[in-house]
Design a protein around this ligand. Structure first.
Ligand SMILES: O=C(O)CCC(=O)C(=O)O
Ligand SMILES: [Fe+2]
Length: 319
């Protein structure tokens, strides 16, 4: 049994504010209290969001055989409905959503091209739109990581060095939740309850509601609160890796997407540390009375295990 409450007021962080210390303080509070906040003045224009969702819609409307030609390889490309379960215990059948992954953008000169792109003849604007979106999100993400570092009393470039502005270890996941599967069944989620695995996630939604968070994951019955869409804002959430790094000072909050009987598009940008980055408790987050709760782990090893559990079949690793 779950209860849903109506109103949730998430903090709003202004990425362009000149008062960086006060912004860092807001972030600290938001990450400790909610693990979720809105980001405004982030540099991604409203028109670009529209373009991304339009292009995304075009691709998802292709026949399944066409989309399967771009089927996910090396964690890039198309994943059909029910192919992944964000909570394998609650949703053993898989989640009713389809997605498309874009990995780190390669240099033109890179010997192996891993990303898959729809053909230029069918969708000429698709690739340039997604590449622009990816780069702008990476830029916003890195700026935000500087503020998060300030909030944690670290050198401003600490996370940036781990994630790498030069080579962001980031995946963009375009998502489509088909409205027609919207059911009155409480147990069927568009995306089952999960927390994100990595450092931070930047999320854009098309305005159709459905996203909910549960702030007390161990409390029963679970209380789910709606995260309302805020025009032009990105929704940011802390991932498990960051929770681990901060010794649980920052929360990686449980979230899910409920069907609302309407087709819904979103785009999640997962910004992770480099795979050889050792994630160990930050000094500012432990003390004698609050010792490190987790042993150090390589980011790549941690993510590999989390992905192994998520993709029950057709298992592929991102490392
Ligand atoms: O579609 C959404 O609003 C959320 C997606 C999400 O949580 C995820 O992909 O990890
Ligand atoms: Fe998520």
């Amino acid at each position: 049994m779950t209860l849903t409450t109506e109103l949730l007021k998430l903090p709003i962080v202004d990425l362009s504010s000149p008062d960086r210390l006060s912004t860092a303080a807001t972030i600290l509070q938001a990450c400790t209290d909610h693990g979720f906040f809105y980001l405004v003045n982030h540099g991604v224009e409203e028109e670009l969001f529209q373009k991304v969702f339009n292009e995304s819609k075009k691709l998802f409307s292709f026949p399944l055989e066409e989309k399967m030609k771009l089927g996910r390889k090396d964690h890039r490309g198309y994943t059909p409905l029910f192919a992944e379960s964000l909570d394998p215990d609650l949703a053993p059948k898989g989640d009713p959503k389809e997605s498309y992954y874009i990995g780190p953008l390669e240099e033109d000169s890179a010997p192996v091209k891993l990303n898959q792109w729809p053909s230029q003849e069918t969708l000429p604007s698709w690739r340039p739109t997604m590449e622009t979106f990816y780069r702008k999100l990476a830029c916003a993400g890195n700026k935000l990581l500087r503020l998060i570092a300030l909030a944690l009393k670290l050198e401003e470039t600490f996370f940036e060095r781990m994630g790498g502005l030069d080579k962001p270890t980031a995946y963009l996941r375009l998502l489509r939740y088909p409205g027609e599967l919207g059911s009155a069944d409480e147990d069927v989620c568009g995306a089952s309850a999960h927390s994100d695995y990595g450092m931070i996630t930047l999320l854009a939604t098309d305005g159709v509601q459905g996203l909910q968070i549960c702030r007390e994951k161990f409390k029963q019955p679970q209380v789910w609160e709606d995260v309302l869409h805020l025009d032009g804002a990105l929704i940011i959430n802390i991932g498990d890796m960051m929770e681990r790094w901060t010794n649980c000072m920052f929360r990686s909050t449980l979230h899910r997407v409920m069907p609302v009987g309407q087709e819904r598009f979103s785009a999640a940008f997962f910004l992770d540390p480099k795979h050889d980055c050792l994630v160990e408790c930050l000094e500012s987050c432990c003390s004698e009375s609050s010792p490190a709760r987790f042993p150090p782990i390589l980011s790549g090893d941690y993510l590999k295990e989390r992905f192994r559990l998520t993709y029950k079949s057709n298992l592929e690793s991102i490392v």
